[in-house]
Design a protein around this ligand. Structure first.
Ligand code: IPD
Ligand code: CA
Ligand code: CA
Length: 278
């Protein structure tokens, strides 16, 4: 099942409003937290602030009011029945919390609407950078920024040696196997550059924009990737799981790039050992 394009367009308009409002809320405390104002979740590198929670509450309130027939799966507090069959929003209210706490501007709000597991509408909004990436199924991918609005296309590159790839590392890297350091080392000499920017949703948006040629990461959650995936598809790119399959939303392991290097990235990324379980 899909939704008609006109309905998706009006949903997208409201989703962008929601993301921009949440972004304004993030800016109220950005730059004030270096000395505290955050707590650990699973360990010293897995942080949450009151702003993460406040942003999520704002987004949940907005989306529930605008779309009472939809369900929501958000990072911090809200998870409706998983198999309710309704269009479902995935919310990362602040992706890049460690950057946010540290005063680094690479963080964003990420929203994705899915119907029967397929992406329909998505927004990734980076408030300090003043950039809003958005897409709806079949409508292309757009970047709105302080300098105007433009359509985005993924990188046309075909050679890994000329490519910049980004990745990330799980918070629980001591216990998860592989930690992804092995994959990072494997690409080390074969690419133009490797980046670890600290926000998976923004990484995906940057792949859509062709600023990054490709991205992979293991052990992500649906809310990390739900917003960025459609941006890449609508910008002409490819999104798969680490085996080249379709299980990238709930499977945890994602490879995303322009079509010319996707196969080469897949070859270099080893997903979890099937004999090993988290
Ligand atoms: C994290 C960021 C980071 C990625 C982590 C994510 P959070 O999300 O996207 O880049 O490497 O795996 O958990 O905690 O900042 O929302
Ligand atoms: Ca996240
Ligand atoms: Ca988050």
């Amino acid at each position: 099942m899909s939704l008609p394009p006109e309905e998706l367009d009006s949903i997208l308009t409201l989703a962008k409003q929601a993301a921009v409002r949440a972004g304004e809320l993030l800016l109220e405390t950005y730059g004030t937290l270096e000395g505290g104002g955050f707590r650990r979740k699973s360990n010293a590198r897995d942080l949450v602030t009151e702003t993460d929670v406040a942003s999520e509450r704002l987004l949940v309130r907005f989306l529930r009011e605008a779309f009472p027939g939809h369900s929501i799966e958000a990072e911090e507090e809200v998870r409706d029945e998983p198999d309710d069959g309704k269009p479902r929003w995935f919310i990362d209210p602040l992706d890049g919390t460690v950057n946010f706490v540290q005063g680094l501007p690479l963080f964003c709000v990420s929203l994705g609407l899915y119907v029967d597991g397929a992406p329909m509408v998505s927004v990734v909004h980076a408030p300090v950078l003043g950039e809003t990436f958005s897409a709806r199924l079949g409508g292309g991918c757009t970047l709105e920024s302080r300098t105007g609005s433009r359509e985005l296309h993924v990188s046309p590159k075909t050679e890994l040696s000329e490519s910049i790839l980004a990745t990330g590392f799980p918070y629980r890297r001591e216990v998860l196997r592989p930690s992804n350091l092995e994959n990072f080392s494997g690409f080390f000499y074969g690419v133009r550059g490797l980046r670890r920017m600290g926000s998976a949703a923004l990484d995906l948006a940057y792949v859509a924009a062709g600023r990054l040629d490709g991205f992979w990461e293991l052990y992500l959650s649906p809310h990390d990737v739900a917003g960025g995936a459609l941006l890449i598809r609508e910008a002409g790119g490819v999104v798969t799981d680490s085996d080249g399959g379709e299980d990238w939303l709930r499977g945890g392991h994602i490879v995303a790039s322009g079509p010319g290097i996707h196969g080469a990235i897949l070859e270099g990324v080893a997903g979890p050992d099937p004999a090993w379980s988290a």
